[in-house]
Design a protein around this ligand. Sequence first.
Ligand code: GLN
Length: 550
Amino acid sequence: MTKHIFVTGGVVSSLGKGLTSASIGMLLERRGLRVRMQKMDPYINVDPGTMSPYQHGEVYVLDDGAETDLDLGHYERFTHAPLNKDCNYTTGKIYLSVIEKERRGDYRGKTVQVIPHITDEIKSCIKKLVAPDVDVVITEIGGTVGDIEGMPYYEAIRQYALDVGRHNCLFVHLTLVPYLKAAGELKTKPTQRSVRDLREIGIQPDVLICRTEKEIPKDECEKIALFCNVEREAVIEERDKEFSIYEVPLSLADNKLDALIVDKLGLTQATPLVMDDWRAMIERMRAPAHEVTIGFVGKYVKHRDAYKSVYESLDHAGIFHNAKVRVMRIESDKLAVDGVEKALAGVDGLLIPGGFDKRGIEGKIAAIKFARETGLPFFGICLGLQCATIEFARHVVGLPEANSTEFNKSTPHPVVCLLEEQQTVTTLGGTQRLGAYPCHLVPGTKARAAFGVDVISERHRHRYEVNNHFRDLLASRGMVFSGASPDGSLVEAIELPDHPWFVGVQSHPEFLSKPTEPHPLFRDFIGASLERRRAKKTEAAARERVAVGV
Ligand code: GLN
């Protein structure tokens, strides 16, 4: 029988509910349990696909093309739970489905209401993940207890526990225990109040995970237990992690959260917890033997969450190479075309991530020109590939006005243009080329060497592509199309063979990287950047020797 864990949050947002949920998933998986993960977002957008990165951070894309919340990225990096469109619901998506049913007449003349129709819909979405081969479904409820828009979700999970049996469900509440400097004390009142809010709507949490910057003294834990009606062992401290988010599961394991969950849900089939490899990974991360600096030119670099998975993937590649990856974030529209050399002076590699719209494009193109001409390793993702194609067309092929029709509709040389299937698309939401598509790699290329196989599957999110009319011309001047769709009609990867490492992909490899399984292209990009750094150091040392006459 499938058991359920519902993760709710209290006091304030941004407590790291996604990371905590992912960590719980990881601990249970590492106890031999088969886990599924799901997130409910109380906002009205049908999905985050149409939201600005400033509002929502990165849009995380799944194999089936679902555009989802970035917490699903944590789920995939921490667990092996398969994710699909049923793993992320929003109020918009729930209402859309209910309204469609109402229009079809499915409710047979009834008044359609939040209770029971919206709550039933939410419950049916939770049930979708239940299967004979699933031991535990973890459902994270976005937002904070007390938010008006979250109410139907709390009501739905309360009912769900009654439907399937309270003992088959575990309510985990993540809360904040703030430290008041002036008083020199940790305060438990906000936690008490947020649990009171939960209990008012009929949910008694079974486990409290308390985020805190300082160790919570024993008597404070006892106080929380007493006032919140929770067993003492079920008050779990989650101290802030300054070093890495990958420490969270370790600290929860140290506080015996996995044993508590296994016990409370009666998961007798669980095996002993194995974390040695993960612990060893953290130790390696603490003492990297090398260091490398990557120039990262994007539009939303001030917002850490906007490129979440890309930053994580760079870290994963660093772990592989035993190197600390420093990211120098450069705002593309502040990058003056003639200031590139200075801006990129200290970097060992250049990464241009995905993006939309014209703003900052010329800065990106100038940075790519610099990388191409100076042998600086370059990795272009989606828009990054498209900018590299424009740069090559302008400065190598000699088409100074070459552009993408996304940025200049009337360019005489549209080397990047709208995908054919996109020509008639008029609505924004969920209409891009989305999800996993196969790509055939060309033997002898860097892409083929990185993956070690001929056919790969990568996730996509784009409307534009390299214009096939210009392929021969670009190839005649040395650009190699190292990957294409199976019928050859879509360019999936480009590279320059006479450059140390210059690779662009139309897909988003950042959605397929894990800390212990770095994505091959990130791995090789960081490898090439480390190589460049070493070479520069050797060169500098040689110059020094010449200068001092040794
Ligand atoms: N704007 C480009 C396109 O739609 C690139 C998209 C992306 O980088 N995700 O094709």
